[in-house]
Design a protein around this ligand. Structure first.
Ligand code: ADP
Ligand code: MG
Length: 322
């Protein structure tokens, strides 16, 4: 079973940023309103995520590191309505198989919380402790028992870049939640609860505000919300391009093409428009279960989405005399 855990872990956890993504999603699923991320050496030695969510009972605290210990799916039907980010019950089991994990957690209705330590999937200690309501998970020495993986990690600069990317995606998907990120003791982001425009500005800087053009659309098959950047602010790289489907970050070359098509004739060569687009679709019309890291998605009616997206962006740009 240890081996099975390690193999599965390789699918879910490719690098420190994957751990951050999974922990952040769990904190959000738990109803956290203030979520703090601390990393050292680009997450290679320490990743710590603290939330003020609903916490876990003693039993749940022990259970959550077991494979398929998800509390989020009760029936096959649930898979299609996915209000939560997690649904496989694999993340914590995977992380516990390849790192030293310490967790402190307390539900609101209990006086004492639980402090639990796991190494190589084994509980090495467990005791009651005083801790605020919510959960802190500390992941140390990632891949300590898989040297090949550990050696495969890139430089701190590159791994930190991946961490920041994941952090930004999650923060953009949830502007109503407060997030912070600290690296080696210095604060990289402090994002107060806000609306979407303000969240984008807080992440990408004050000058961002004047370049945002709002996009909204409501049809039978899709709701679109968000912003595109004016063409004169297009970037030389793809850094500021974000799609969220039902509040989940996704990559879609096809929909990206639709956005680019809406900018036809407005962009210089090799320029990439910024966009922050939030699509709401019927969960029954998508399949997000095609990749363990859940950033790819299949739509039932891709072609219709393409057309609607392109024309609604074109319309917005026109309204703002772009
Ligand atoms: P999944 O998110 O797919 O259910 P995970 O392995 O990520 O699987 O988490 C397992 C379970 O542990 C979750 O279903 C949840 O019940 C519990 N859990 C994990 N993180 C937290 C948290 N921060 N606060 C409360 N409960 C949590
Ligand atoms: Mg999860």
């Amino acid at each position: 079973d240890h081996v099975a855990n390690q193999i599965a872990a390789g699918e879910v956890v490719q690098r420190p940023a994957s751990v951050i993504k999974e922990l952040l999603e769990n904190s959000i699923d738990a109803g956290g309103q203030n979520i703090k991320v601390l990393v050292k050496e680009a997450g290679k030695t320490l990743i710590q995520v603290t939330d003020d969510g609903k916490g876990m009972s003693l039993t749940d605290a022990r259970m959550c590191f077991e494979r398929h210990a998800t509390s989020k799916i009760n029936t096959a039907e649930d898979l299609f309505s996915l209000k939560t980010k997690g649904f496989r019950g694999e993340a914590l089991a995977s992380i516990a198989a390849i790192a030293h994990v310490e967790m402190k957690t307390r539900p609101g209705d209990e006086e004492l919380g639980t402090c639990i330590k796991i190494e190589g999937s084994e509980v090495v200690s467990q005791e009651p402790c005083v801790t605020p309501e919510g959960t802190t998970i500390c992941v140390k020495n990632l891949f300590y028992n898989i040297p090949a993986r550990r050696n495969f990690l890139k430089s701190d600069t590159v791994e930190l870049r991946h961490i920041i990317d994941e952090f930004q995606r999650v923060a953009l998907a949830h502007p109503g939640i407060q997030f912070s990120l600290f690296h080696n003791g210095s604060e990289l982001f402090q994002l107060p609860e806000s609306n979407l425009r303000q969240r984008i500005v807080n992440i990408f800087g004050g000058k961002t505000n004047e370049k945002l053009v709002p996009v909204t659309e409501e049809t039978d098959i899709i709701g679109i919300n968000g912003f595109v950047g004016k063409p004169e602010f297009a970037k030389k790289s793809r850094g500021e391009q974000f799609f969220f489907v039902n509040d989940r970050f996704i990559k879609s070359p096809y929909l990206n093409h639709a956005v680019t098509a809406a900018f036809e004739g407005l962009l210089k060569d090799k320029a990439y428009p910024s966009y922050f687009l939030y699509l709401q679709v019927d969960p029954k019309s998508i399949d997000i279960n095609i990749h363990p890291t859940k950033t790819q998605i299949k739509f039932d009616d891709e072609h219709a989405l393409y057309t609607i997206l392109r024309s609604s962006i074109k319309h917005s740009l026109g309204q703002f005399n772009v």
